[in-house]
Write a protein that binds this ligand. Structure first.
Ligand code: NDP
Length: 288
């Protein structure tokens, strides 16, 4: 039976993979390691776990994802998002495992009117994006037989994310303001977990960088309005400009990802973002 090692298993993607793994337990042996089980910045520990487990695939769901705090914690951010993936890629090469690593739309500056494809010029705005770009480079230098998936605006029923923050605010406030001049693609982390499993299940093995998000572009404001509509909230939502809602880390203005490559290489067809959002909200409501 093939073995899949998942690191960063208590993050939202890690938890979605844990949930999905029960659909595959007849064909794969999953090992889930949280940050307390394996710190990916510890190269010796990474190599010894990989040598002991000898997985066929390693999924890196670990990351430093506090985009604003990263501006003050650059060393820690680069250690987790750049050196960590490098350690995993090197150890995967040693044991012949395929690394599936997750990156972000924040590798782009967002100064564009068209969707970014995988070969477009990268130019991150902040420390988080810069550390993730360095992570991509360290993975490809250490082991070109890796799959890197850039995704965007991840949410799920797990942990802290935009959807859950909005639901919380809807229950506490009568009016909120949300930025309406940043464009991107919300992505249900459960759909990303499924895409990863489709790649693992594929007969073809195509390496390199791929984009995966839910299909369709929106702004944070329209995303929030759709969350309100689908959850039955009558909250008033005011459209703000980025200038009216300054954050320590600058965000891309428009970081929409072109999704053709993952479809032609692996036959993965992302769902429309509103459908995936509706499913996530139903899961959250049912579990309340
Ligand atoms: P989360 O922040 O939910 O989870 C990240 C996990 O990584 C946490 O459980 C954390 O552990 C763990 N971790 C942190 N440092 C280490 C370390 N040194 N060793 C091992 N584990 C560590 O992330 P998401 O699930 O949201 O993100 C998954 C991927 O998607 C990441 O690569 C992220 O960069 C990328 N991405 C995310 C987006 C988003 O909107 N969230 C958008 C685009 C891309 P602990 O629980 O102990 O903190």
């Amino acid at each position: 039976m093939k073995k899949i090692l998942v690191v960063g298993a208590n993050g939202q993607l890690g938890k979605c993979l844990q949930k999905l793994s029960s659909d595959y337990d007849w064909s794969y042996n999953f090992i889930f390691l949280a940050s307390g089980d394996l710190d990916i910045t510890d190269s010796g520990a990474v190599l010894s776990v990989l040598e002991e487990e000898k997985p066929h695939f390693c999924i890196n769901a670990a990351a430093y994802t506090a985009v604003d705090l990263a501006e003050q914690e650059a060393a820690q951010t680069f250690a987790v998002n750049a050196d960590g993936p490098g350690n995993l890629a090197q150890a995967c090469r040693e044991v012949g495992a395929v690394l599936i690593h997750i990156s972000t739309d924040y590798v782009f500056d967002g100064d564009t009117e068209i969707s970014y494809d995988e070969d477009n010029f990268t130019n991150p705005n902040g420390i988080y994006g810069a550390s993730k770009l360095k992570g991509e480079q360290q993975v490809m230098e250490s082991n070109p037989k890796s799959v890197i998936i850039r995704t965007s605006w991840l949410y799920s029923e797990y942990n802290k994310n935009f959807v859950k923050t909005m639901l919380h605010l809807f229950s506490e406030r009568e009016e909120i303001g949300v930025v309406n001049d940043q464009f991107g693609q919300p992505t249900n982390a459960n759909d990303l977990a499924e895409a990863i499993m489709q790649i693992i299940e594929s007969d073809k093995r195509v390496y390199g960088v791929f984009h995966f998000s839910n299909y369709g572009e929106t702004t944070w404001f329209h995303f929030a309005r759709k969350i309100a509509e689908l959850s039955g909230s009558d909250i008033k939502i005011k459209a703000l400009t980025t200038a009216e809602y300054p954050t320590p880390a600058a965000r891309p203005r428009r970081s929409t990802l072109a999704l053709d490559r993952i479809e032609s290489a692996y036959g993965i067809e992302p769902r429309y973002w509103e459908n995936s959002l509706q499913e996530c909200l139903q899961t959250i409501m049912v579990s309340k």
